[in-house]
Design a protein around this ligand. Structure first.
Ligand code: C2E
Ligand code: MG
Ligand code: MG
Ligand code: MG
Length: 285
């Protein structure tokens, strides 16, 4: 009967919710030890100059290798870390790793290289967050500020907090680049450009993905690129998987590309291998 079905689906619904809550609690307690036990690591995904296809940047992406569950995607645990106050500790760790690596890679492969770090809304919320300490950390460790890009997502900016824009201006003044991540997926992407300092726009991969099938998405990509150019902002297209997407975006004048076509995210050692290979290529004509 309909009533029984309703009851069943209700039952199913609450059970699913309960299972999900239990899973989250489990992950939370495991996450607390993950840092100390070295289960977290970082992969770097190359970002290429779209005209030459050479690697000029990379995005640092956190990974968790759980002892029994295996690999857990950041989308599954970053939210938990944010909610339960672990995000600062995790972010500090990521930031420190990135500083160490980028110094090394710049020394060996060129001063142009930049590594971008994802940041969470919570990190900007108070006046004394870890983000505030990052500038001091750069000084203490002798890391050039212009080697770092901070990625922020629109949902962060939706909070419309003046302290956030104040902080972003402060970072930018110190030489850090600011990138708007997942651009185009928020409610008022364009108004953020008016309010916040932006060096780089990352076109969300959902636009790039459907660009060759949905003509509107192609138009939107092009419009974003044209607009960015006029504003003096560089553009990264995310999630490039096919040569066709690469070709169209390069024709549109997009500056940088990131996606499986060039490389999947790889561990630090493999990323260094890519830099070495590229360095050799340019050194021997
Ligand atoms: P994001 O910042 O937008 O990162 C890009 C995501 O797209 C990454 O997923 C990357 O692996 C994936 N990707 C790159 N190229 C392609 C492609 O060609 N095709 C497809 N299908 N996917 C591609 P990932 O590593 O699972 O990260 C997911 C999200 O987790 C990130 O989205 C970011 O918002 C968050 N995240 C990752 N690391 C950190 C971190 O250290 N701190 C914070 N706060 N968030 C992080
Ligand atoms: Mg990102
Ligand atoms: Mg993104
Ligand atoms: Mg994202």
């Amino acid at each position: 009967s309909a009533k029984a079905a309703r009851k069943n689906s209700y039952h199913y619904y609450t059970k699913a919710l309960r299972d999900q809550a239990l899973k989250r609690m489990g992950l939370l307690s495991d996450l607390r030890t993950a840092i100390d036990e070295g289960q977290l690591f970082i992969e770097y995904q190359p970002i290429v100059d779209i005209q030459t296809k050479s690697i000029v940047k990379a995005e640092a992406l956190i990974r968790w290798h759980h002892p029994s569950r295996g690999r857990i995607a950041p989308d599954e645990f970053i939210g938990i870390a944010e909610e339960f106050g672990l995000i600062s500790e995790i972010s500090n760790w990521v930031f420190a790793q990135v500083c160490t690596k980028v110094k090394r890679w710049r020394r060996h492969f060129g001063q142009f290289l930049q590594i971008s770090v994802n940041t969470s809304p919570k990190q900007y919320a108070d006046s004394d967050t870890c983000i505030t300490h990052w500038l001091q950390y750069l000084l203490d460790t002798n890391t050039p500020a212009n080697a770092i890009v901070l990625e922020i997502t629109e949902n962060l900016l939706m909070e419309g907090d003046d302290r956030i824009s104040e902080k972003l201006f402060q970072f930018r003044q110190a030489g850090i680049d600011i990138a708007l991540d997942d651009f185009g997926t928020g409610y008022s992407s364009i108004s953020y450009l008016k309010k916040y300092p932006t060096d780089l726009i990352k076109i969300d991969r959902s636009f790039v993905n459907s660009m060759t099938e949905v003509s509107n998405d192609k138009v939107l990509c092009e419009a974003i690129i044209v607009m960015a150019k006029k504003l003096g902002i560089s553009v990264v297209a995310e999630g490039i998987e096919t040569k066709e997407q690469h070709y169209i975006l390069s024709q549109m004048g997009c500056d940088f590309g990131q996606g499986y076509l060039y490389s999947r995210p790889v561990d630090a050692e493999s990323f260094e291998g890519l830099l070495i290979a590229q360095h050799r290529q340019t050194a021997t004509p």
